[in-house]
Design a protein around this ligand. Structure first.
Ligand code: 13P
Length: 251
C-alpha cells in the first residue's frame, strides 16, 4: 500500500504570529513544482489563526501541538478540539516527549487526547520514543510497545492516525538515530499496528523525529518503514524546511 510521505514541522514554543506567517510565506514561495509530500506546520496555539491565514488555499496544512480531551469546562490553560477545528486546524500532535517529560503527560492522558481528536475528525500524530536511559537499559522495544498500544487503546480505525517515533535522546541534541536504528523501531511499530489492525497497518504513516535535517533526511526517508519526518529545529528556517519537503518529494 503506497503511503504518502508526510513532512511536519513542530515549531514548539517559537515564532510570534507575524514571524509564523512570514515563515509560511517563505515556504510557499519556495515550494517546488510537481509532486509534493503532505506538508504540515504545527505552531503554538496563539499564532494558529495567523498561520492558517497565511497558508489558506495552499499545500500547507496547519496542526496544533496538543489538545484536551474534554469538550469544554474547567480546564484552565487547555484548548478543545472544537476550538482547533474552528481555527482551521486539521492535524494535532499528541504525546510529544516534551509534554511527557515536562508537563506530566502519561500514556493514559495521551490515549484520552488521541480518542477525542480522532472523534472530532482531526488527524492525530501520536508521538512515542524512548529516553537515553531506557535505550541503554535495553528497554526500547518494551517502551515503544507500551506507548503505541496504550495510545491507541479503544481506537478502531487507523484512517486518521499517524505515529511519530522520536527517540528522546535525539531531540534537539544533533544526535540522530542512524537510518538502521530508526528503521528497526519503525518496523517494530508496524508489527504492533499489524497485530492490532491487520493489513490496515500498511496504510499508517510512521514519521521519524529527532534532529532530522536536510543532510540526513534522504537516507532516513529511503527506509521502507519511514514515511516522513516530524521536524523541530530545522522546521523553523524556510530553506531547511523546503529542503526537507524536497527530500520528501523525492523519497
Ligand atoms: P528536533 O528536530 O529539533 O530534534 O526536534 C524533533 C522534535 O521534537 C519534533 O517534534
Amino acid at each position: 500500500m503506497a503511503r504518502r510521505i508526510l513532512i511536519a514541522g513542530n515549531w514548539k514554543m517559537n515564532k510570534t504570529s507575524r514571524e509564523g506567517a512570514a515563515l509560511v510565506g517563505e515556504i510557499l514561495a519556495g515550494l517546488p513544482s510537481g509532486n509534493l509530500p503532505e506538508i504540515v506546520v504545527c505552531p503554538p496555539y496563539l499564532t494558529i489563526p495567523a498561520v492558517v491565514d497565511a497558508a489558506r488555499g495552499s499545500a500547507v496544512e496547519v496542526g496544533a501541538e496538543n489538545v484536551h480531551w474534554a469538550e469544554s469546562g474547567a480546564f484552565t490553560g487547555e484548548v478543545s478540539t472544537a476550538m482547533l477545528l474552528d481555527a482551521g486546524v486539521t492535524h494535532v500532535l499528541v504525546g510529544h516527549s516534551e509534554r511527557r517529560q515536562y508537563f506530566g503527560e502519561t500514556d493514559e492522558t495521551v490515549n484520552s487526547r488521541v480518542k477525542a481528536a480522532l472523534a472530532a475528525g482531526l488527524v492525530v500524530i501520536a508521538c512515542v520514543g524512548e529516553t537515553l536511559a531506557e535505550r541503554e537499559a535495553g528497554e526500547t522495544a518494551a517502551v515503544i510497545d507500551r506507548q503505541v498500544r496504550k495510545a491507541l487503546e479503544g481506537v478502531e480505525s487507523t484512517e486518521k492516525v499517524v505515529i511519530a517515533y522520536e527517540p528522546v535522546w535525539a531531540i534537539g541534541t544533533g544526535k540522530t538515530a542512524t537510518p538502521d536504528m530508526a528503521q528497526e523501531v519503525h518496523a517494530q511499530i508496524r508489527a504492533i499496528l499489524r497485530d492490532l489492525y491487520g493489513d490496515a497497518a500498511d496504510g499508517v504513516r510512521i514519521l521519524y523525529g529527532g534532529s532530522m535535517k536536510p543532510a540526513n533526511a534522504p537516507e532516513l526517508l529511503a527506509k521502507p518503514d519511514i514515511d516522513g519526518g516530524l521536524i523541530g529545529g530545522a522546521s523553523l528556517k524556510a530553506p531547511d524546511f523546503l529542503a526537507l519537503v524536497k527530500a520528501g518529494a523525492e523519497a
